[in-house]
Design a protein around this ligand. Structure first.
Ligand code: ADP
Length: 385
């Protein structure tokens, strides 16, 4: 077996990008967006279709500082998946193990209920060895719990690791470049730079053609498809914030899930992953809320949800919950909602003769790698064009 020649990386505009001239190759595949989905596809293509030359294009750095990937919960669990998706989830888990090694951490996942459900046990017993976690909730209000397996990781690390492995196997990477798809397999590129007054400006533009283009630009992808390719999709997007709860957590603390809210132990405290509000219409701008007249950085709908959970989770009613003053104080990201549903699994979809859409969405932590691989298999089988 021959060792592949590593791909090239253009990180900044100081490195000339000269498509079409030697040694710059013509590309078979252009992947727009190097989040976890785009990076995973790039890697899968090096395995499934090593004869194809791929360019991965990313508007920011790697991993990008915002976007769904960096702010995703990073929780692999089958707790909320229908049985038909379990095989794909376990396939993804094996790949996560290969790619992340010790950066993937096994922990319990407890779903808390106010009444008994099949397979549930007493919350107090299940959390007996985790007193820190028990202290977050009122076991009188949530007396029953079901236990699942979970693995936590950083999705940003996954995107980076997958992209780096792809580059070692021959994929090229172009960073700080905004890509716009056009019909007919054409993509225009704006190589971005920052002025000394901190404005992002286009340094130079390029046009590339390729038989295959994949939109992996996360929540932007459906809008790009509509605006630039004239293809309407049924996908939507939502703005999800992940507030911080400063209540201490231990290394082995379980992930807790109650009434739509997930509490993920992270950095010795908790990251809260609220219910997704899928009522963000096109053009919606998230607004901060108000609590007893004081402005908060949590969007109004999320704040209302958390206030409603304060009886069950008294820790939310303490100063441990970071409310911020403006939206920018609480981390948040736009998330693609496949077919407009918060529960739909990641998907890929053919948009026109040259273009595919690859979307992760809320279940990308558990199923994203499998979906990226499914698209790579389709492309390798010659069914991509
Ligand atoms: P996913 O979970 O689907 O990977 P993300 O939002 O994390 O979703 O990833 C999308 C990536 O695409 C982000 O890193 C974002 O910076 C990048 N991106 C968005 N729009 C463009 C664009 N026009 N050109 C290049 N990259 C883009």
């Amino acid at each position: 077996m021959t060792t592949p020649t590593p791909g090239r990386v253009w990180a900044h505009v100081g490195q000339p990008f000269t498509p079409g001239s030697d040694p710059q190759p013509a590309y078979d595949v252009l992947i727009l967006g190097a989040g976890r989905m785009g990076s995973a596809l790039a890697l899968a293509l090096t395995e499934r279709a090593p004869h194809l030359k791929t360019l991965l294009i990313e508007e920011g750095g790697l991993p990008n500082e915002d976007g769904a990937t960096i702010l995703a919960p990073g929780i692999w669990t089958t707790a909320h998946l229908p049985a038909a998706q379990h095989d794909a989830a376990h396939w993804t888990l094996e790949r996560l193990r290969d790619l992340l090694g010790d950066d993937l951490q096994a922990r319990p996942y407890l779903t808390l209920h106010d009444g008994p459900t099949p397979g549930s046990g007493p919350t107090r017993d299940l959390l007996a060895t985790h007193p820190h976690s028990l202290a977050l909730l009122d076991p009188g209000v949530l007396p029953h719990a079901t236990a699942h397996e979970a693995h936590t990781y950083r999705p940003g690390t996954l995107a980076q690791t997958a992209a780096q492995s792809a580059i070692r196997r021959g994929t090229d990477l172009l960073l700080n470049t905004r890509a716009t798809p056009h019909p007919g397999g054409r993509v225009t590129l704006d190589r971005l730079t920052v002025t000394n007054t901190h404005q992002i400006v286009t340094h130079e533009t390029h046009t590339l053609h390729a038989p295959l283009i994949v939109l992996a630009t996360g929540a932007h992808a459906p809008t790009q498809a509509e605006h630039h390719l004239g293809v309407h999709t049924r996908h939507a997007r939502a703005y999800r914030q992940t507030p911080h709860l400063a209540t201490p957590s231990t290394e082995d603390a379980p992930v807790l899930h109650a009434c739509g809210l997930t509490l993920r132990p992270q950095h010795g405290a908790y990251t809260l992953i609220p219910t997704i509000h899928h009522r963000d219409p096109h053009g919606y701008t998230p607004q901060g809320g108000h609590l007893t007249g004081v402005p908060t950085g949590l969007r109004r709908e999320t704040l209302e949800d958390l206030v409603g959970l304060m009886d069950a989770l008294p820790a939310l009613a303490t100063s441990d919950l970071h409310l911020g003053r403006s939206l920018a104080d609480i981390p948040g990201a736009w998330l693609a909602l496949l077919h407009g549903h918060p529960d739909a699994p990641p998907t890929h979809q053919r948009l026109d003769d040259h273009t595919h859409l690859l979307l992760g969405g809320p279940h990308a932590d558990t199923l994203g790698l499998w979906t990226a691989d499914a698209l790579a298999r389709q492309i390798a089988g010659g069914r991509g064009q």
